[in-house]
Structures are given as C-alpha cells and as structure tokens.
Design a protein around this ligand. Structure first.
Ligand code: SF4
Length: 386
C-alpha cells in the first residue's frame, strides 16, 4: 500500500513544480529567486537551496494543495483561475514523500505551505498533521518552515511553533486598505496581525520552551504601498512582537489574475527594503533616520546607509577611536561584527589607520573612509600623505 502511494505523491510534487516560487523560505531570500517563471513542472523545481540557521540546505518547498477558496488578486492559486493545475496531497503522503527524499539525500529541510480549503483552521490542522508525522513517525529533526493560515487558533499556532524552526504569518500588505486591494477576503487585524500577537503571547507564556521564530512576508509594489508604510510596520513588529524578519517580495504579475496588467515592482526596491529593515533591526536605526522622499519611498539609486552618511557624516565624520557602538554602526561598511571588532581592537591599542580596519575584517575600508576619523585624523588625508 505504502509502496504504491509514494511514487504517486512524487508525481504530484512534480506537477506542482515551482508552486512556492514567490515565497522566500530562508535567511538569504534573494538568492532563492530563480530566473524561471511560475510554473514549470519538475521535482527539481520543488527543491531549493536555502540558507537556514544550520547552514545552506536543499529543502523541499511545496504545498499541501494548490486549490484555494480565497481569491487574492496577485496569486496563481486564487479560486476560479482556470489555468491553475489543482493538486492535493494528503498529510501522510506528503510526510512519506519528504522522508523518502530526505533519506535519499535529495533534501534536508521542509518548507510547507497550502491553499485554503474549508477555512484556515481546517487547513492549518492538515499542515500540523504533516509536520507531526515528519517529526514523530519519521524522526526528522532538521529544518522545518511552516506557513500559518489566516485565522488559525492559539493552540494550532502553539503546536506549529513547537514542531517548526520558523513559522510564516504573511501579512501581505501594511494596512487593511492596502490588503483590500490585494486580497479582499483577508482581514488584516483579525486573521493576520492577531496571529503575530498570539505568537508573541505564546513566547511569553512559554519562555523556556524551544519555539519557532516568526516571520512575515509582504507583496511589494502592486497597490501603491509605500516604503515608509512597510518599514514602519516591520519595525513595530520587530520591537513589539519579536518578529525575526520580514520578507519583501517584489510584485510580479501573473497571467489570468486581476493584477495581470499591473507593472512588476522593481527588484532594486525590494533590495533597498531589505537593507533598510536590517538597519532598523540590527543597527539601532529609527524609521525617521531612513532617507524617504516626499512620497514615503526610498531612493533606489543609492544604499540608504550611504545616503544618510552623505547627508550627516561628510562634514561631521565619526572618530573610530572614540565613538560608541551605535555611532560606529552609522558608518557605511561597518556592520555589527566589524563594530565589535573595532571596539576590541581600540581597547588593545590596535587601531591606527585604514590598514588596521582590513585586518579587523572590513571587506572594503575605503567605503568607510570618507565618513570617519581615526585618532582625530581623516584616513583620506593619511592616505594622501603616504
Ligand atoms: S489564500 Fe493564499 S493560496 Fe489562496 S489565493 Fe490567497 S495567497 Fe493564494
């Protein structure tokens, strides 16, 4: 019985192909994007190299079903879209197929999503069932990233967070009004934001338990959303609800959907959003520090950190021998690791010129040079002297 079901499931996975093409799963989402377009059909398209906390791994990225009762305007799986090949895999069969691929060395990690059938709660039960079988029956201990369906309940979320390394609660848009234009059947507060709030509550209720980190995703640039909307919300989610990271997915139109004639958003905008979200999360920046234009968007032509430094540091450079960590992190080319290395080196008296920065691991000290002093002197002047 089992012998026959697994090949059939692998065939279904092949039919799904790159169904999760637009859903980032790991720590380096831009590297996950393939040049191909939805939808090709091969098993290889379900396997993506993903940067996980345990290193780069080939993971099975797929869905329990490509059928859906919702009608999100951007989505290839929306109800009523004739072009979509609807494929459904039962939890036990999915878990068995994953186990087979994992034991064969084809994958080491699972990203599991689903279209919604019979409501978010029923669908979430199937997702949880799948991971329970993967963990408990097949004993898999590696990386699992699980999607959380709109409207899922507290106990479901808690179980998903116990079983997984990462759970995604995709907000899709920064406000209800933007969401209405993207996904008219989704309720921003009651179905989505509430789940992120529950995840924070679960972490507070179980402080000593190993629980999945929480991430979210936004569809960027289809319905007039601005960078300041996206980054203000992301910043609040990081600080108030312990969000690990936000994924920003530049909108790409899909044929035979209501947004098929909307222009694709730029990948460079997506890149600037990632850069800015890291400044907010890891560099102690405030939203007001980011160089938004009058429309609430970031200039795409320049790195936001360089834009800030050009305005603030060109005439008031930061002295690396006296600045505190937060000020060091304002300098282009200096990240959290190199800021810590600079603080260590100067305590030991090992910081005298640009060449010392290279020894500390800065890949390109010249990038920092226009914005810094070392011991009260500009390294640019020092360079000119020698
Ligand atoms: S609920 Fe998910 S799968 Fe269904 S249409 Fe919306 S985005 Fe697509």
């Amino acid at each position: 019985m089992n012998f026959h079901s697994t090949p059939d499931t692998l065939t279904k996975l092949t039919q799904m192909g790159d169904a999760t093409l637009f859903e980032p799963a790991g720590d380096a989402p831009q590297a996950e994007q393939k040049s191909g377009r939805y939808q090709s059909h091969s098993l290889a398209e379900c396997i993506t190299n993903v940067q996980t906390p345990l290193g780069a791994k080939p993971i099975l990225k797929t869905m329990l079903t490509t059928a859906c009762e919702r009608n999100c305007y951007y989505c290839p799986f929306r109800a009523g879209r004739a072009k979509t090949n609807r494929v459904t895999i039962r939890p036990g069969d999915m878990a068995m197929a994953f186990d087979k691929l994992q034991r064969a060395g084809r994958v080491d990690g699972l990203f599991l999503s689903s279209g919604i059938i019979k409501g978010g709660v029923t669908t979430q039960d199937k997702l949880i069932d799948t991971v329970e079988i993967v963990r408990l029956k097949y004993g898999y201990r590696g990386y699992v990233h699980l999607k959380v369906m709109p409207g899922s309940e507290y106990d479901q979320l808690y179980r998903a967070m116990q079983l997984s390394d990462r759970v995604s609660v995709n907000l899709e848009a920064p406000t209800q009004a933007r969401l209405d234009a993207l996904a008219p059947k989704k309720d921003f507060e009651a179905e989505l934001l509430r789940i992120l709030q529950m995840a924070a509550q679960i972490r507070r209720n179980h402080p000593h338990e190993r629980l999945a980190r929480t991430v979210t995703q936004f569809v960027v640039g289809a319905v007039g959303d601005t960078d300041i909307e996206l980054l203000s919300l992301t910043n609040n989610l990081h600080r108030q609800l312990g969000l690990q990271r936000a994924y920003f997915s530049a909108f790409h139109p899909i044929a035979d959907t209501p947004l098929e004639n909307v222009e694709a958003a730029s990948d460079l905008r997506q890149h600037r959003l990632y850069q800015s979200s890291f400044l907010l999360r890891d560099y102690g920046w405030e939203v007001e520090d980011l160089p938004f234009n009058g429309s609430g968007n970031l200039p795409t032509r320049v790195d936001p950190k360089v834009a800030w430094a050009e305005e603030h540091l060109t005439h008031a450079p930061i002295d690396l021998t006296t600045a505190d960590r937060l000020h060091l992190l304002r300098v282009p080319g200096i990240g959290p690791k190199s800021a810590d290395a600079i603080l260590r080196a100067r305590r030991l008296g090992h910081l005298h010129d640009l060449s010392d920065l290279r020894k500390l691991g800065l890949a390109n000290p010249g990038r920092a040079a226009p914005y810094i002093l070392i011991g009260g002197r500009s390294p640019l002047v020092q360079q000119r002297l020698f």
